[in-house]
Structure formats: structure tokens, C-alpha cells
Design a protein around this ligand. Sequence first.
Ligand code: ADP
Length: 246
Amino acid sequence: EKAGEPLLRIRGLGVQFGGFHALTDVDFDAREGEVHFLIGPNGAGKTTLVDIITGLTKPTTGSVSFDGQQLVGHKEHRIVHFGVGRTFQAATVFEALTVGENLDLAASYRLGLRRLLRQPRGHADAVVEALEVTGLADEVDKSAGALAHGQKQWLEIGMLLAQGPRLLLLDEPVAGMSPDERTRTGELIRYLARGRTVLVVEHDMDFMRRFADRVTVLHEGRILRADATVAEVQADPTVQEVYIGR
Ligand code: ADP
């Protein structure tokens, strides 16, 4: 079921690297309150699309509007301030800092360092929430480098949450996770989507089936299936064909 108005609206997006068309004519919408999966074989252009949304790559053509604000042409840090945050494939946490310190730092993007330092009880509300929902409350004083692989991924998601974004882009959030960890990550993603939009780049089809509201399929830089339900994607013969042999 469609959740609300599009928070993210991408039109006519194209990018070339040298003469190579990495993305062509991409139209894409994601609404508030939804978990939107972006799938497609290796080289389909998924990472490139996320890089464009977050300002890492400049498109050759097209527009990316987020909550009415045009993102194309803005630098990465501006886009974070507009309320767009992402995680990377390999968890990027400060290993020498504690879990709590990592989250405090992430929250300082939103609060500003001065206000963060004036917080009476140590942690900002967003940090307390992040500790709670990631299940890391008992690890708050542990160094991030000592966390298990899955916990590091959750810490990175927690850091994203502490920044206060309305659009969260997660790049392969369950890579290398056990079945139990996948389930917990899926539940965390469902939580994140309340009042926000979560865009998930993921190869794991079973995970998509369990946790996606909407699915968009990219293939060779073009949209193969836009804004579909899981059932529609599973019944689509073209999508099946693209995934044969995987
Ligand atoms: P996916 O994330 O779906 O696996 P990518 O977005 O990483 O796909 O890549 C899409 C295509 O664009 C690939 O063929 C890749 O080699 C190419 N590509 C991505 N970034 C660059 C770049 N900076 N320069 C040249 N080619 C690139």
C-alpha cells in the first residue's frame, strides 16, 4: 500500500562516465513512511543512484528533489543538513571511540557542537533513542572496535538516526549477517520508516520479500520496474530473466 506523498522525486536522471551511460532516464519516487528497496544485478547502477542523491556524484542530466528542495548541485554536507543520510557497504564507525561517543558525534551534526556539549544528562534524546532501537544500550561504554560485525552495522544505522534524517539510504545493511541478525535489522528498518523514508540497496531477495513496502528494479542503468510491490516484482518475467543464474 502506498504510504504518502513522495518525499523523494527523481526525474530524467542520467549520468555518463567517459562515454559510458551508468544511468539513463531514471524516474524514481519514494514516499514518507515506506521502506523502498532498490534492487538489480551487479553494475545496474544502484550505488551510482545513491551517490547522486547524496551529492557524491553529479548527474549529467535530470533532477533530484527532496521535500521540494532541489539536491543536484549541492555538496554532500549540505545534503546531510537537508535531512538525507546514508550508510556505506562496510560499516564506517570510529573504532577507537566508544559506542556512546560515536553516537554523540553523529548527533552533533544536527545539534551543533555547542548545544551538544550543554546537554545536561550527557546524551541527546536522539542518541538515547538510537541506543534503544539498535539494542546497543548495554554496550554504550564499549569501544566500537570491540563490537561484533552485526553490532557495528547497527551502530552505523544508529549514527545515521542520531543525525535526524528524514531519508535514510542503507547500502547492503545485512551483508555478512546471520539469519537472526537479518531479522533484527529488518525490524530496525521497519522502525526507521515510521515518519521517515528508508531506501535500501540489497542483494538478499529473501530479506526484500520480508521487509519491503515498495521495490524498484534497475538493470543496466535503466528502470526495469518502478515502484512495484514485492508480489509484482516476483511475478514479473523480465525481472526473473535478469536474475536467472544468480
Ligand atoms: P551497482 O551498485 O548496481 O552494482 P554501480 O552503480 O556501482 O552498480 O555501477 C554501475 C556502472 O557504472 C558499472 O558498470 C560501474 O563500473 C560504472 N561506474 C560506477 N562508477 C563509475 C566511475 N566513477 N567511473 C566509471 N564507471 C563507473
